[in-house]
Design a binder for this molecule. Structure first.
Ligand code: PLP
Length: 305
């Protein structure tokens, strides 16, 4: 909806990180534009600003910065590139509700931003839901019309639109849950700190870094497992009753649905390595100290340390 409202369409290119959930790329595809992938940084796992500039062509219209796993992307260099090349900077905040970049909350930094309230997100509805944000009054008005069949006044359709209205029941649930988001986020941050303290001594895994500019909200706590042992550790944890995840096992440039874009294995080595070694440990606000210790102990017992 954001890209569509910005007028992006066939012939345009949109820069997107190679390691994200596929929905980030659908925005460009649904507008008829081409997603152009860029590798991520090895420390933040977010789009690498140094690699964005070389992906820009005369067709590029926007950069989508995903605040992946709950960690805000490095916005300042991205904004500088966007300004220099006259591009829109769009934020994908689906995993980073109330995350902060240099003290500023995500969602109000770029031209516009999208949020997901899918039940598994940091702020989740009891079904499907989402929102878009912008500080641009004209864009806000356009969004309001677009979500309601392109009309501001009933039956006067100024624009193409759709029915993007949120169901009332979801809004009601979200309105109540929103009041708890600060506290829940604190719970996630505390769980992350506990994991960190217990797992720091284990050289076999690489812990996620909180970048100096970021307030990470830990939608996911993704470790990297060294020496090709990710799948074995995952299976071991599963056998001990600990569910883990992979975010994401196949980077976007290697997904079959994007085969026509012509990317190959080796194009984005950092994203490809993360797909091979990344393991998401249990993460939610209600995780107890005992549960976290059990996860850490089980990981240590896998390595017999
Ligand atoms: C979940 C998610 C989305 C899409 O959210 P939906 O509500 O499922 O449409 C987009 N981008 C990222 C990074 C996500 O994690």
């Amino acid at each position: 909806m954001v890209l569509w409202a910005l007028g992006i369409g066939p012939g345009d290119e949109v820069i997107i990180p190679a390691n994200t959930f596929i929905a980030t790329a659908w925005g460009a595809t649904l507008c008829g534009a081409r997603p152009v992938f860029v590798d991520c940084e090895p420390d933040s796992y977010n789009i690498d600003p140094r690699k964005v500039e070389q992906a820009i062509t005369s067709a590029t219209k926007a950069i989508v910065a995903v605040h992946l796993f709950g960690q805000p992307a490095d916005i300042d260099p991205l904004r500088a590139i966007a300004l220099k090349h006259n591009l829109f900077l769009v934020e994908d905040c689906a995993q980073a509700h109330i995350g902060e970049y240099k003290g500023q909350r995500v969602g109000g930094i770029g031209t516009s931003a999208s949020f997901s309230f899918y039940p598994g997100k940091n702020l989740g509805a009891y079904g499907e839901g989402g929102a878009v944000t912008t500080n641009d009054q004209h864009l806000a008005r356009k969004f309001k019309m677009m979500r309601d069949h392109g009309a501001e006044t009933k039956y006067h359709h100024e624009l193409y639109g759709h029915n993007y209205r949120m169901e009332g029941i979801q809004g009601a649930v979200l309105g109540v849950k929103l009041n708890h988001l600060l506290q829940w986020t604190e719970g996630r941050r505390q769980a992350a700190a506990r994991y960190r303290a217990l797992l720091e001594p284990c050289d076999e895994i690489i812990l996620p870094q909180e970048m100096p500019y970021a307030r990470h909200v830990y939608h996911l706590f993704v470790i990297r497992v060294r020496n090709g042992k990710r799948d074995a550790l995952m299976q071991f944890l599963n056998e001990q009753g600990i569910s883990t995840g992979m975010h994401y096992p196949i980077p976007l440039h290697l997904q079959p649905c994007f085969a026509h874009l012509g990317y190959q294995i080796g194009d984005f080595p950092v994203s490809e390595e993360l797909a091979q070694s990344g393991l998401s440990l249990p993460m939610y606000p209600e995780l107890t100290e005992e549960q976290i210790s059990y996860v850490a102990d089980t990981i240590r017992s896998f390595y017999r340390i």
